[in-house]
Design a protein around this ligand. Structure first.
Ligand SMILES: [Zn+2]
Length: 433
C-alpha cells in the first residue's frame, strides 16, 4: 500500500473536520476582506466571517455560478493582487465570454501535490513513464498532469493531444507505462493501435488516467481491453483547479476527493438543499486553501453522489461516484430526461456498432425529434440492405427501450463521425439555434 501524503490521506474524520473548519474560516475572512462580490453577497445574507465557526456552517454561505465568473471576468473575484499570479488558465468561451482562473505560486504547488497524490493512488511511482496526451495550453489537463507526474518523480512525455501515429511510436519506443488523456481519445488510440497491427500486450502500458468528460463503464471495459491497462477516473474542473480534485483507487469504488483543499457538497439542483450520502445531485465545491481566486460553494453542474464510508484502500477521504452526467448536458426530449451516456452504454453492448455516435436533436413544429447516427463496424457494413436494416432495427429497439422514447437511428460507415483529440462532441441540439 502506498500513499503520497499518508497523514492527510488516512486522517481521521474528526481531524479532517477540524482542519476543514480552520481552513474554511480563513478562506471566508480572506474573501470577505478582499473580494467585493462575496462581501456584498454575505452582507445580503446578513452574515459576517465571525458567524462561520466550523465547516458545518458552510450551508450559510452564498453560492457561486459560472455566470458569476463570466460577469466578473477576468479578475473581479480575485483575493490577491495581480502581481501574485504566476499562471492564468482560461476556459474557451464557447458560449460567450471566457472565464479565467489565476493561480499563485502556492496554488500551483497545491495543484502538483494533488495530481502527484492522484497518480500515486492509481499505483503510479517514480519508476513510471507518463505519456501526457491531454492538450497542453489554457486547458488544465496537460500542464496539470505534467506538473503532478514531475512532482511524483516519474518520467513525463509531454506529447499533448493529437498526432496519433507519434503517440503510438513513442509509447512503444519509450516504454510508456501510464497514459493520461480523455477517455474518447483513449478509445481512438486503442482503435489506431489495432489498425497498426500492434498487439496491446506487447506494450508496457499498465495504468490509464482518464477524465475531463463523462464515460460509461462499458467504454471503460473496451479501453482496458484495447490498450491492455487498468483505467482510473480522474476528476477536476479548471474553476476549482483542474484534474486531481478526485481520483479512483485500486478498489474502483468511487473517487477519493482531496478534501483538505476542496470541500464537497451534493445538493438538489432545483432546491439547493443538501442531499444525504448516496443520493445523486449536483456537486458543489468550496476552496479551502486557494489563494488567487477562492470560490465559495461553486456549482459544478456535474451530477454525482458522495459517501463518507472508509475505503478498503485505507484512505479516509470522502468519495464521489463517477460523474453520471451534467445537469446542463441533460437533454429533455418530449419531456423525457436523456443522457448521452445512456446511449453510449447501449452501443457498447451491440457488437456491430462502434462506440462513435452523434445525437442530433431538432424540432419539427412542436414535436422534438432525436436522430442518432451510429458507426457500424466495417465487417458488418455490406450492400445487403436487408442485413443493415436488421442491425438498425436491433439498435433502435434497444435504444428506444432504454430511453423510453422513439429515436431515429441512422447507420453510417466506420470513421464517418468526426474523431476528437480532446473532449468529444456528441450532441447537436438544433432547437436552440
Ligand atoms: Zn480507496
Amino acid at each position: 500500500m502506498m500513499y503520497w501524503n499518508e497523514p492527510i490521506e488516512t486522517m481521521s474524520r474528526d481531524h479532517m473536520h477540524a482542519l476543514q473548519s480552520e481552513r474554511l474560516k480563513d478562506t471566508v475572512s480572506r474573501v470577505y476582506q478582499n473580494v467585493k462580490f462575496y462581501r456584498k453577497k454575505m452582507q445580503e445574507l446578513g452574515i459576517e466571517p465571525g458567524d462561520i465557526k466550523s465547516i458545518d456552517d458552510i450551508i450559510r454561505l452564498p453560492f457561486t455560478t459560472k455566470k458569476d465568473l463570466r460577469d466578473n471576468y477576468p479578475f473581479g473575484l480575485c483575493a490577491v493582487p495581480k502581481s501574485e499570479f504566476v499562471r492564468i488558465h482560461a476556459s474557451s468561451g464557447t458560449t460567450g465570454k471566457p472565464t479565467s482562473v489565476p493561480h499563485t505560486r502556492k496554488d500551483l504547488d497545491t495543484f502538483a501535490e494533488c495530481v502527484a497524490r492522484a497518480i500515486c493512488c492509481t499505483g503510479g511511482t517514480r519508476e513510471d513513464v507518463v505519456q501526457v496526451a491531454y492538450g497542453y495550453g489554457l486547458f488544465t489537463g496537460g500542464l496539470g498532469l505534467h506538473d503532478g507526474a514531475t512532482r511524483l518523480g516519474a518520467a513525463v512525455v509531454p506529447i499533448s493531444g493529437g498526432n496519433t501515429r507519434n503517440q503510438l511510436t513513442l509509447m512503444q519506443d519509450f516504454g510508456t507505462t501510464i497514459l493520461a488523456c480523455t477517455p474518447s481519445y483513449a478509445l481512438f488510440l486503442g482503435e489506431a493501435l489495432a489498425e497498426a497491427g500492434v498487439d496491446p500486450k506487447s506494450l508496457d502500458l499498465r495504468i490509464g488516467i482518464f477524465g475531463a468528460e463523462p464515460w460509461s463503464k462499458e467504454m471503460r471495459k473496451k479501453i482496458e481491453k484495447d490498450l491492455n491497462l487498468t483505467a482510473y477516473d480522474i476528476y477536476g474542473l479548471s474553476e476549482i483547479m483542474g484534474p486531481g480534485v478526485s481520483i479512483s483507487c485500486e478498489k474502483q469504488n468511487g473517487l477519493h476527493i482531496a478534501e483538505d483543499h476542496f470541500y464537497p457538497e451534493i445538493l438538489n439542483p432545483d432546491t439547493l438543499e443538501p442531499l444525504s450520502d448516496g443520493t445523486t445531485g449536483e456537486l458543489v465545491f468550496t476552496h479551502l486553501t486557494k489563494e488567487a481566486m477562492p470560490l465559495l460553494r461553486y456549482r459544478t453542474k456535474d451530477l454525482s453522489s458522495i459517501t463518507h464510508e472508509p475505503c478498503d484502500c485505507g484512505r479516509t477521504s470522502a468519495r464521489m461516484s463517477k460523474v453520471c452526467g451534467r445537469s446542463d448536458d441533460m437533454l429533455i426530449i418530449r419531456g423525457v430526461n436523456v443522457f448521452p451516456s445512456q446511449i453510449e452504454s447501449v452501443l457498447l453492448e451491440v457488437p456491430e456498432a462502434k462506440p462513435h455516435y452523434l445525437i442530433i436533436v431538432d424540432r419539427q413544429g412542436t414535436m422534438d425529434t432525436i436522430e442518432l447516427q451510429v458507426e457500424i463496424d466495417d465487417k458488418y457494413f455490406t450492400d445487403e440492405i436487408a442485413e443493415l436494416e436488421k442491425i438498425r432495427k436491433k439498435i433502435k429497439q434497444k435504444i428506444d427501450s432504454v430511453l423510453r422514447i422513439s429515436v431515429i437511428v441512422k447507420l453510417v460507415e466506420h470513421k464517418t463521425i468526426q474523431r476528437s483529440e480532446g473532449k468529444a462532441k456528441r450532441v447537436i441540439d438544433k432547437r436552440h439555434i
